[in-house]
Write a protein that binds this ligand. Structure first.
Ligand SMILES: CC(C)(COP(=O)(O)OP(=O)(O)OC[C@H]1O[C@@H](n2cnc3c(N)ncnc32)[C@H](O)[C@@H]1OP(=O)(O)O)[C@@H](O)C(=O)NCCC(=O)NCCS
Length: 179
């Protein structure tokens, strides 16, 4: 029996998997008939939140969305499918991966159009941080994503601390210049 079956504080990646399909309508597109980047980010945020809710069974807020590559345009009338799952849970935060495909409804061609990693944090009704259950990876792909999530977290923490230092230096320079 796996740990996720015996320990309720541990859940499988599969139990967090979520999917959303949208048809791309004129309101979603720019003047060239391509899906707006901001609209795609909105769909990504929603699909990722579904996986975070399924893991935490709590309120979740988006803490970060990593770099996104828009690999190819999504056209008016395409069917957009987004799939998400929690890669790894930490203390109160969890990393969710989202992969997006577009299907041309006339030819049936399906193409990978974007991928993203997001971090969600579980909070209660007053915004206080909540501990989340751990994730037990089961397949080789899930183990790869689980290990990658720790590296990405370390990378985010290093970037955040560099940004904080840059802010402090800039504030100190401004103060010195104003004297
Ligand atoms: C996300 C938020 C709850 C974190 O609160 P905080 O007081 O800064 O919390 P802490 O610094 O103690 O960190 C708590 C957790 O969040 C993670 N976290 C905080 N900021 C983060 C960031 N920028 N990127 C990734 N993770 C982050 C920490 O790593 C920590 O994770 P852990 O408990 O698993 O180790 C808070 O910054 C917030 O409410 N932000 C606004 C969220 C929002 O409005 N999102 C858009 C709408 S949903």
């Amino acid at each position: 029996m796996s740990e996720s079956q015996t320990n309720p504080a541990v859940r499988t990646v599969t139990s967090t998997q979520s999917e959303m399909t949208e048809i791309i309508l004129p309101n979603d597109t720019n003047t060239l008939g391509s899906l707006l980047g901001g609209r795609l980010m909105h769909f990504i945020d929603l699909t990722a939140a579904m996986a975070a809710y399924r893991l935490s069974r709590a309120n979740v807020v988006t803490a970060a969305m990593d770099h996104i590559d828009f690999i190819r345009p999504v056209r008016l009338g395409d069917l957009l499918t987004l799939r998400s799952s929690v890669n790894r849970a930490f203390n109160t935060s969890m990393e969710v991966g989202v992969k997006v495909w577009a299907e041309n409804t006339r030819t049936g061609e399906v193409a990978h159009v974007a991928s993203a990693y997001l971090v969600f944090v579980a909070v209660d009704e007053r915004g206080r941080l909540q501990k989340v259950p751990q994730v037990q990876p089961e397949t080789p792909d899930e183990v790869r994503r689980y290990e990658g999530a720790l590296r990405r977290r370390e990378h985010r923490e290093a970037e955040n601390s560099l940004r904080k230092q840059a802010k402090q230096i800039s504030a100190a320079l401004q103060e010195a210049a104003s004297r």
